[in-house]
Design a protein around this ligand. Structure first.
Ligand code: FAD
Length: 291
């Protein structure tokens, strides 16, 4: 995929004639080395091409439901978002370049790698929906590229939690869109988010995973726990599934609230809440056992 197109005859797939208007999507790659550029991605095995273009082998083009293939535009985002790229920044950058799909994932603090690690999600979109592949480095230094499926993404989880591998690059499959509309969508979703979540006060996001078919926040709220405090930790008056640090809260304070949330929801609704937060240390075994 890098360097000039090889000489010689066009690849067979590039000559394939489609029966319908051929679609294409575009890809955004995020990673730390100088070759990590966003490009159109060629997917040889599925490609439907209306016309052959001589420079195709140097690009990456995909195969689904959006643009006609002859609207390919080569590199779509210049530069490299860099190491530890914040997902929100990448989403904005993609939107400005006319690439949509990350808007719903642009409202919380996370690097791209951290979001892939936990298959982060928001507003019904998870990162697995747009992630096509990732490059990993193992603890022994071994490098490999995996597809999204190989990461075994599930609700707020991937097998990276077990393997300990580090994400060094992510390739997203994004759909072309109007930059102004995509940026407006980001702003709209973020405004909605901050209406219901605490802002300007320290917190770690959602405390418990949503149980199937329901919301942890709704259940905790129904128990009347918003505003409940333990030491300097408080169940946010804005969102019942968030614990805020009002200043000097200890781990013990936070865990005291978590146990109360879990126990009251279990007693009232018969639902056992499972922590979404990653808990470390000796104090947490009873909270972690349901994981
Ligand atoms: C206020 C707030 C709101 C949040 N809202 C949401 C939300 O709406 N939806 C949602 O899904 N999540 C949400 N989160 C959680 C957040 O997406 C995750 O905690 C995410 O993992 C944070 O990424 P990070 O880069 O900050 O990682 P860190 O917090 O630094 O690390 C978190 C974990 O990710 C691992 N990790 C980090 N980078 C990599 C990498 N490159 N490769 C492999 N593993 C890595 C770390 O080892 C660690 O285990 C929220 C968090 C906060 C604080």
């Amino acid at each position: 995929r890098r360097g000039p197109a090889p000489a010689g005859p066009a690849r067979p797939e590039a000559r394939a004639a489609p029966s319908v208007e051929p679609p294409a999507r575009r890809h955004l790659a995020v990673g730390p080395d100088e070759n990590h550029r966003a490009r159109r991605v060629r997917q040889a095995e599925h490609q439907h091409l209306r016309k052959h273009r001589a420079d195709l082998p140097g690009r990456e083009v995909d195969h689904r439901h959006h643009l006609p293939a002859d609207q390919r535009g080569g590199r779509v985002v210049g530069g490299d978002p860099g190491r530890g790229a914040p997902l929100a920044q990448v989403a904005r950058r993609a939107a400005k370049a006319g690439l949509g799909g990350l808007e719903a994932l642009s409202g919380f603090p996370s690097t791209v790698g951290g979001a892939v690690f936990m298959n982060a999600g928001c507003y019904g979109v998870e990162i697995r929906d747009v992630l096509r592949s990732a490059r990993l480095v193992g603890r022994d230094g071994a490098r490999r590229r995996v597809t999204t499926v190989e990461l075994e993404p599930a609700y707020r989880s991937t097998n990276l939690k077990r393997s300990g591998e580090i994400v060094t690059r992510a390739l997203f499959e994004l759909a072309p869109g109007e930059p102004a509309a995509l940026l407006a969508r980001i702003d709209e979703l973020n405004a909605r988010r901050w209406q219901s979540l605490p802002s300007g006060v320290a917190n770690a996001g959602s405390v418990f995973r949503n149980p199937p078919g329901d919301y942890a926040g709704r259940l905790i709220d129904a128990c009347g726990l918003k505003g409940t405090r333990a030491g300097a930790a408080e169940i946010s008056p804005r969102h019942a599934n968030v614990i805020v640090n009002t200043g000097g809260a200890t781990a013990r304070d936070v865990l005291t609230l978590m146990r109360r949330m879990r126990d009251e929801v279990a007693e009232r609704f018969g639902v056992r809440l499972v922590p979404e937060l990653m808990l470390l240390g000796d104090l947490v075994h009873d909270l972690d056992e349901a994981r």
